[in-house]
Design a protein around this ligand. Structure first.
Ligand SMILES: Cc1cc2nc3c(=O)[nH]c(=O)nc-3n(C[C@H](O)[C@H](O)[C@H](O)COP(=O)(O)OP(=O)(O)OC[C@H]3O[C@@H](n4cnc5c(N)ncnc54)[C@H](O)[C@@H]3O)c2cc1C
Length: 344
């Protein structure tokens, strides 16, 4: 009997796959994918399970759990197997005095998943340090080394995420030069915590510690003792609006309330999903304390309080999205990947 995927997701939700296979090296990953593709079996690539919302009924196909390991250094470049856990890798880089991922401490999951949604936090994202991604292309049936330019990285997105299932990431190469100081700190809350101005740098270990402390306060570091961490992280991405849509949003606040805005290079404006959710009347803890609720520490995280189901979690997410749409005309999009069901 294959295991329930609830045992493999940070939300602790999801029914079983029809078949469950764990693969520990690149050749075995490629062989398992080829086998599933040869007989047309649906395939779910599962790594840390920290960005997945799996249906209660599970997944009608093979679940391939990526468990490959290995880190190879070549000067500034580190090539890391997809199955390596991400947060210990960040800790190692900081301990070795390598800059570029220090703001991404405390994010759960695997190295191989980081290019999928261009993992980011506190003003840093992996697109800034990824040199290339080695991936098996299921369309062409061959392993390719994709340079960063071919990965189509955007805010919480990539070519991998926009073409789900096409590529299986085998390894990621990052450029992480040795230097004692961080990259310039670009996130106001983090700069304040470090006592530096935005754009200044700080010792790598201090940045990592400050990020971990900020994240723990928001329940964003996995902790078995903290029920607010039984989530998939942020459930919604921050909406990116064109200038007209942003102006329409501002008109919803005739009292002159300043809507949060982060101008993007293409002229669009990113706003804050958490701010919109709070303004629409949803408070921390909203929901049912026995089943599913908004985290008591962070408005963007939806949590399984123990007896929840995926159906209940999705119903809560839809209630929140409908409330924001009605109040402000902005459609929220989920950040995690839905498996065995869909959001749209
Ligand atoms: C408490 C918490 C905090 C979080 N904070 C952040 C944050 O600050 N920033 C952020 O960006 N994310 C955050 N996340 C989301 C999540 O941790 C990241 O998206 C992470 O990269 C997912 O890694 P994973 O190994 O768990 O992937 P999984 O959840 O196992 O998979 C996610 C998706 O990637 C695919 N995938 C995984 N590995 C591969 C592979 N090798 N090849 C092809 N496809 C693959 C899966 O099929 C699935 O579609 C958070 C999650 C939690 C629970």
């Amino acid at each position: 009997m294959p295991p329930a995927l609830a045992d493999y997701t940070t939300l602790r939700l999801g029914g079983p796959g029809a078949r469950f296979v764990e693969v520990a090296d690149e050749a075995a990953i490629v062989a398992a994918v080829r086998e599933a593709d040869a007989d047309g079996t649906p395939l779910l690539i599962l790594a840390g399970g920290s960005n997945l919302v799996v249906a209660d009924a599970g997944f009608p196909g093979t679940v391939l759990r990526i468990a490959s390991r290995g880190i190879a250094a070549d000067g500034d470049r580190l090539t890391v197997a997809a199955g390596e856990p991400w947060d210990p890798f960040v800790a190692r880089c900081v301990a070795e005095g390598r800059a570029g991922v220090e703001c991404l401490a405390g994010i759960p999951g695997s190295v191989g998943a980081t290019p999928i949604q261009n993992v980011g936090a506190y003003g840093q994202e992996v697109a800034e340090t990824i040199v290339s991604v080695r991936a098996y292309d299921r369309e062409r049936g061959r392993v390719e080394e994709l340079p960063a330019e071919a990965c189509g990285f955007r805010y919480r997105s990539s070519a991998f995420k926009r073409t789900p299932g096409r590529w299986v990431v085998l390894a990621v190469t990052y450029a992480l030069p040795r230097q004692p100081m961080s990259r310039p700190v670009r996130y106001a809350e983090l700069a304040r915590a470090l006592g530096v101005a935005e754009g200044e740098t700080a010792p790598l270990a201090d940045v990592r510690e400050a990020v971990l402390a900020l994240r723990r306060r928001k329940g964003m570091v996995l902790d078995p003792a903290d029920p607010d961490t039984v989530s998939a992280g942020s459930f919604f991405t921050n909406p990116v609006l064109d200038p007209d849509a942003f102006a329409a949003l501002e008109r919803r606040f005739p009292d002159g309330t300043r809507v949060p805005r982060f101008p993007q290079p293409d002229g669009s404006l990113k706003t804050s999903a958490a701010w919109l959710i709070e303004r629409a009347g949803f408070t921390k803890g909203h929901g049912d304390p026995a089943t599913v609720a908004i985290s008591a520490k962070h408005t963007l995280a939806l949590t399984n309080r123990g007896a929840g189901t995926t159906a209940q979690l999705v119903a809560l997410a839809r209630e929140i999205a409908a409330g924001v749409e009605e109040a402000f005309g902005v459609a929220l999009e989920p950040e995690p990947v839905f498996v065995g069901h869909s959001w749209a």
